[in-house]
Structure formats: C-alpha cells, structure tokens
Design a protein around this ligand. Structure first.
Ligand code: PRP
Length: 184
C-alpha cells in the first residue's frame, strides 16, 4: 500500500520506502563488519518487525539465521507496562550464540529492557539491538545501549512499515504520522 492510496489518513510522511531501504542497507553493512567471522542469529519481535527483518536480512551478503519471538505487554492503553509475557518463544537454543534483536520501533524501551534481560539469562555469547525507528523517550531515557538505530521519529502516532494502528497500516510502504481524524 502506498501513501497515495490512503492519502486522507496520513498527516505527514516521515520516511519513504526508498529512504528506509537505503538505511537498512547501511545498517546491514555495519552489522556484517561487526560480526565478521561470527555466527549471527537475528531475532525479530512479532509482529511489527516483519518488514524490517525481511529487508535487513536480504541486505546481507552472507548467510544469516533468523528466528522470531512474540511478546505481549500486560496493561491497558497504547504504552507498554514493562511486564511482558512470551506468546511465542525462540525455536533456537541461543547459548553461546551472537544474538541481534531486530525491532521496528522502540518507544518507552520497556519491551526491549525485559527482552534483553530474558535472553541474557539463556547464556548467549552476546545480545545487541537493532531498531528501524526510535521515539524520543527511548532516545533520552533508555538505559540499554541500542547499537543500531535507523531513524529517530517525533513523539507522534506513526504507522507504516510494520507499525500499526488497530492492526491496520502495517503494509503501508512508508512511515507516516496518522491523521488525528482516524483515531479521535
Ligand atoms: C511495539 C514494537 C515494540 C514495542 C515497543 O510492539 O514492535 O515491540 O511496541 O514499545 P516500548 O518501547 O514502549 O516497549 P507492539 O506491542 O505494538 O506489538 P506489534 O509488534 O505486534 O505491533
């Protein structure tokens, strides 16, 4: 789905598909260099990270193993509570493996803080984070280092490229701020 297909729903386009793909290629090159000679497992966090995983993995010029987790944050509203439940765990034993968690967006950082600590307890060789987008709260307050960041976004209701509003807009090619009339 292109922005022109749902023009009235969008207030502002932040990043086009081309810009996102270009950035993911840059990140893939950095990641390949950083993990040269190492066995890398990339872990996508469902559902938002599907697009990022697909494009990041295809930007690599070497083999990369992929696995998936699905987690759900307890609590109501649109913000994470920090208390997380695993809906789908990894299929892979990550002991002594180099793990790179791939996210679409970090907002409060609570989901990843929990996830990193959970994965660390399984004895991996390393755990790092790659996110396509990051909100200001995470950029300012998150204690965890995020090694690979695509773009910083403003604190607005953004959708597209995996990011949803009520399970819609994930298949929008760009990332855009949703027009207020859609959710108010
Ligand atoms: C989104 C996103 C991250 C999390 C970030 O997932 O994919 O996993 O929220 O928020 P935080 O930094 O405030 O913890 P969501 O729970 O919306 O599920 P989804 O990936 O299925 O859309």
């Amino acid at each position: 789905m292109d922005a022109s297909d749902i023009e009235k729903d969008l207030a502002q386009i932040h990043y086009t598909e081309e810009q996102i793909l270009g950035k993911l290629r840059e990140l893939a090159t950095r990641i390949e260099q950083d993990y040269e000679g190492k066995d890398l497992l990339i872990v996508g966090v469902l559902k938002g990270a599907v697009m990022v995983m697909a494009d990041l993995a295809r930007s690599f010029t070497r083999h990369v193993e992929m696995d998936w987790m699905a987690v759900s944050s307890y609590g109501s509203g649109t913000k994470s509570s920090g208390v997380v439940r695993i809906l789908k765990d990894l299929d892979t034993d990550i002991s002594n493996r180099h793990v790179l968690i791939v996210e679409d967006i970090i907002d409060t950082g609570l989901t990843l803080t929990w996830l990193v600590s959970n994965l660390q307890s399984r004895g991996p060789a390393s755990v790092e984070i790659c996110t396509a987008f990051r909100k200001p709260d995470a950029a300012a307050k998150m204690a965890l280092p995020v090694k690979y960041v695509g773009f910083d976004l403003p604190d607005e209701f953004v959708v597209g490229y995996g990011l949803d509003y009520a399970e819609k807009y994930r298949n929008l090619r760009c990332v855009a701020t949703l027009a207020p009339h859609v959710y108010s």
